[in-house]
Design a protein around this ligand. Structure first.
Ligand SMILES: O=C(O)CCC(=O)C(=O)O
Length: 264
């Protein structure tokens, strides 16, 4: 895929990623490529492009995380009210994006030659809806992996603002390691690390790509606007990473047995 701007990952980006646990990479996609991904995800939600083996979760109607319907394999009906869709590596357009040369360079730098993907995930805040996602890190026993991934690539498919439920992050918190093995931070941990005082809003433009350390604490709120806030997030990890429960490995994105978008 071609790039809209000269995006690079050099010393400055590496240093910010190390020090703050995140770095804004700019726009990797041309307007046309972004429009194609936006259209594709809507087509998947509406069942125009059917994927029965992906995991789908409808959004909550209350905004409360624990009240969102369960996520399970299979389409749940033609609607734009999805909260989450996983396993998007099955789609050639998303797979091709995940295999962007810059993302390959970043994966090579932090992970190595053989790289798999834990969850190629659409994260949606439907218009005037959305679910509060509490403070959490993308690591720990709750993730069920035999090692913690380090690198997540989060891409805004729409402008993300405070009004529509952009992510909030706590720069530098990754240096404290795993705060809670069960995924969500407790009130005590939030207080101890002065999370609310140190949090910043990650407002970004559509198409912007953010590299996140999986140890970076983040959260997001509801969407109070009449338009969706769509995003795509994928955790890149060592292809040897296994599920603790089943021993299975995950779809390979770079390396010897990497998926090919033409085969999907
Ligand atoms: O997009 C969001 O609101 C949150 C995304 C997230 O938690 C993730 O990518 O790990």
């Amino acid at each position: 895929m071609s790039t809209k701007a000269a995006v690079k990952f050099g010393h400055q980006e590496h240093t910010q990623f190390m020090e703050e646990g995140y770095v804004r990479l700019g726009h990797l996609l041309s307007n046309k490529e972004l429009a194609a991904l936006q259209q594709r995800i809507d087509d998947i939600m509406l069942g125009v492009i059917p994927y029965e083996n992906m995991r789908f979760q409808l959004d909550s109607t209350t905004g409360v995380y624990r009240e969102a319907p369960p996520e399970s394999v299979g389409h749940k009906g033609a609607t734009l009210q999805y909260r989450k869709i996983m396993d998007l590596e099955q789609d050639p357009l998303f797979l091709s994006y995940m295999q962007h040369p810059l993302l390959r360079d970043i994966a090579r730098r932090y992970i190595g030659e053989e790289v798999s993907i834990y969850r190629a995930m659409f994260m949606n805040k439907p218009a005037n809806q959305g679910t509060i996602l509490p403070w959490h890190q993308d690591v720990g026993i709750g993730w069920g992996l035999d090692r913690n991934p380090i690198v997540t690539v989060w891409t805004a498919l729409d402008n993300a603002t405070v009004e529509n439920g952009c992510m909030q992050i706590v720069p530098g918190i990754h240096k404290h390691g795993v705060l809670n093995e069960r995924h969500f931070a407790t009130d005590t941990e939030i207080e101890k690390h002065r999370i609310e005082e140190n949090a910043i809003n990650l407002e970004v433009e559509e198409g912007e790509v953010v590299l996140l350390n999986n140890l970076l604490l983040h959260r997001s709120g509801v969407n109070q606007t009449g338009k969706p806030r769509r995003a795509f997030s994928a955790a890149y990890m060592d292809a040897a990473t296994q599920s603790v429960a089943t021993g299975r490995t995950f779809p390979v994105i770079f390396g010897k047995n990497a998926l090919k978008s033409s085969e999907c």
